[in-house]
Design a protein around this ligand. Structure first.
Ligand SMILES: Nc1ncnc2c1ncn2[C@@H]1O[C@H](COP(=O)(O)OP(=O)(O)O)[C@@H](O)[C@H]1O
Ligand SMILES: [Mg+2]
Length: 252
């Protein structure tokens, strides 16, 4: 059964068609890629899935429920986690503290301000869940260092971990490799692979970096100027002569 199904998603900005009837699906536990050059409409699509933008036409369903009228914050509760193209971490806080805050938010203990001020005792459960996440992501050695002193690659992993603390069934990642060097991108790929393997999390990877997508996902969708120009098994899509000539020639 498909976990996420987008059908005919269309979005226009002041006369420009950023998305023209785009359809895509992600199965339970599946790793799927959405690629395309800058300006192809990837982030617009991502935001339509999250409800941050309202499509002009089309539908998005998640686990069988129509999401069209579901507000953004409720989508997280339904089991959709996400990270954005731009890193958004709290200066002065460590990876461990980011995860504890996320565990607490999920448990409904709220009190973000209290957390930022260092108040509110960390429960055993919050501590254990944060520790598990640090280990899953290989962040043990930097667990108690402030994030502003860490590399961009580590920062990305912290963002992924924070999103995973809500135990999503689907994780949406918008260009997680942006700003990372090759070594950092390789670590990210390996980490996403182990997240999928150990937790069964389905992942939709929205990416410009063709190599990352190629090494990671079983199925891929190709967007160009708001139009889906190819989709299918990763090896078939990358082998497709027309796709290579028309579009991937300058990327592969
Ligand atoms: N809020 C907006 N207002 C007007 N145009 C936008 C807006 N967001 C995106 N666009 C346009 O939509 C197109 C797709 O952009 P985007 O989804 O950011 O592409 P990508 O993420 O693939 O680089 C671009 O032409 C962009 O200029
Ligand atoms: Mg983008």
């Amino acid at each position: 059964m498909s976990l996420l199904v987008a059908e005919g998603v269309t979005k226009k900005f002041a006369g420009i068609t950023a998305l023209d009837s785009v359809s895509l699906d992600v199965g339970e536990h599946e790793l799927v890629g959405l690629i395309g050059p800058n300006g192809a409409g990837k982030t617009t699509f991502f935001n339509c899935l999250l409800g941050l933008l309202r499509p002009d036409a089309g539908t998005v369903t998640f686990a069988g429920s129509d999401l069209t009228r579901v507000p953004v914050h409720r989508r997280a509760r339904l089991g959709i986690g996400r990270t954005f193209q731009r890193i958004e971490l709290f200066v002065g806080m460590t990876p461990r503290e980011h995860f504890v805050v996320a565990a607490r938010a999920r448990a409904g203990r709220g009190g973000l301000v209290a957390d930022l001020l260092g108040r509110g005792r960390v429960t055993r459960e919050e501590h254990d869940r944060a520790q598990e996440m640090l280990e899953l992501l290989g962040l043990g050695p930097v667990a108690d260092k402030k994030v502003e002193g860490l590399s961009l690659g580590i920062g990305r992993l912290v963002e992924v971990g924070r999103a995973l603390m809500t135990e999503p069934r689907l994780l949406l990642l918008d260009e997680p490799s942006s700003g990372l060097d090759r070594a950092e991108t390789a670590v990210l790929a390996e980490t996403l692979r182990s997240v999928q393997r150990e937790r069964g999390t389905a992942i939709l990877l929205v990416e410009h970096d063709v190599d990352l997508v190629r090494s990671l996902v079983g199925r891929v969708f190709v967007l160009d100027f708001g139009v889906l120009i190819a989709s299918g098994r990763t090896e078939d899509v990358f082998a497709d002569a027309a796709v290579r000539r028309a579009y991937l020639g300058d990327l592969v």
